[in-house]
Design a protein around this ligand. Structure first.
Ligand code: TC6
Length: 301
């Protein structure tokens, strides 16, 4: 306890360590996470398997067809992460997809198209919350990317400490927002900059580049490629190396590296929501999103 308190005051880790230091078994939820939005008549979109013996949880995203990040999906995901974060016996988290060919298609476009400003605002808050929870997690986090991972899917993968992608040239990953006529917000940009550096991010974002696994490995967007059926096994093996490091030293190091980026969003959350709502509800942006949705449907037909 004393160590935790000392560590917290030395490095200002309130966000990262506060949940861990709580011994209460009650799950305290942030207002976003009050499960009023969860529709209990639909199957869960997130399945978590926790192995007590290793302290590692595997989170399977199972929202057909493409694990798009809807408000419901994000709410469930945040609740699951929060529960794991508060369970002191859980030290590592592997995030993967139960859907074939897709890790996550990114933000659910239907949550941003033809919706009221209030809805867009609530949706954006849930996207922020997902990022804050995962980027600020005390757990070792590994993305086992077993399919395509554009835009918000790539963001989710980049919040993790390590990324292992299926070595299948049909899959891709990247922040392709400009291709939809929209702009990735500053914290998406910062996360990518922290991962692959300024120059690569600048080019990738302006061109809305999606990288095949081999190219993603070359620029450091992913850390390792594996045959598709071995991605989870490789993640399990890798996480044990990370868990061999004393938790407090690893957590503080992670927090020191990420704190500035996290603080930037935490102190600008409301203005970021306002900016997003103004932007996304503009006629021209709605037209771009509508056109992109049509293109997706035509491609399928
Ligand atoms: C400022 C904001 C920042 C924004 C960040 C973002 O993340 S923006 C997001 C940027 N994301 C992207 O640009 C990714 C767009 N998606 C893709 O490129 C592909 O779906 C894929 C490669 C992920 C999977 O290919 P695949 O051949 O396995 O699957 P498929 O293509 O046949 O789709 C199946 C069904 O899912 C539907 N649907 C798909 N994605 C979304 C979505 N995000 N949302 C909602 N729906 C989506 C699709 O319309 C189709 O519906 P239908 O016709 O059955 O009613």
């Amino acid at each position: 306890m004393a160590l935790r308190a000392a560590l917290r005051s030395r490095s200002g880790l309130t966000g990262l360590l506060s949940q861990r230091s709580s011994c209460s078994s009650d799950i305290r939820m942030s207002p976003l996470l009050v499960p009023q939005q969860r529709n209990y008549s639909t199957p869960p979109k997130i399945r978590v398997e926790f192995d007590q013996s290793t302290g590692v949880a595997v989170m399977h995203m199972q929202s057909p067809p493409v694990n798009s990040l809807s408000l419901d999906f994000l709410t469930e995901l945040c609740i699951s992460v929060e529960k794991l974060e508060m369970d002191k016996s859980c030290r590592g988290l592997i995030i993967t997809s139960a859907q074939p060919k897709v890790f996550s298609a990114g933000l659910d476009i239907t949550e941003m198209y033809g919706k009221s400003p209030e809805h867009c605002g609530a949706f954006w808050r849930s996207v922020q919350e997902m990022w804050l929870k995962l980027y600020g997690s005390n757990m070792v986090t590994i993305a086992a990317i077993n399919g395509s991972s554009p835009a918000g899917g790539c963001l989710m993968a980049m919040t993790c400490d390590y990324r292992i992608m299926a070595d299948n040239p049909r899959y891709n990953i990247g922040l392709n927002e400009t291709q939809l006529g929209i702009v990735a917000p500053f914290w998406f940009m910062d996360t990518m900059k922290n991962t692959v550096g300024q120059r690569t991010t600048e080019m990738a974002l302006q061109l809305g580049l999606l990288y095949k696994p081999a190219d993603a490995l070359k620029i450091g967007l992913v850390d390792q490629l594996e045959p598709e059926d071995q991605v989870i096994a490789a993640a399990t093996q890798t996480i044990s190396r990370w868990l061999a490091i004393p938790d407090h030293a690893r957590q503080i190091t992670k927090s020191m590296m990420r704190k500035k980026t996290i603080d930037k969003l935490t102190s600008n959350r409301e203005s970021d929501i306002k900016y997003f709502v103004n932007f996304i509800t503009k006629d021209s942006i709605q037209k771009s999103l509508g056109g992109y949705m049509e293109m997706l449907k035509k491609r399928r037909a």
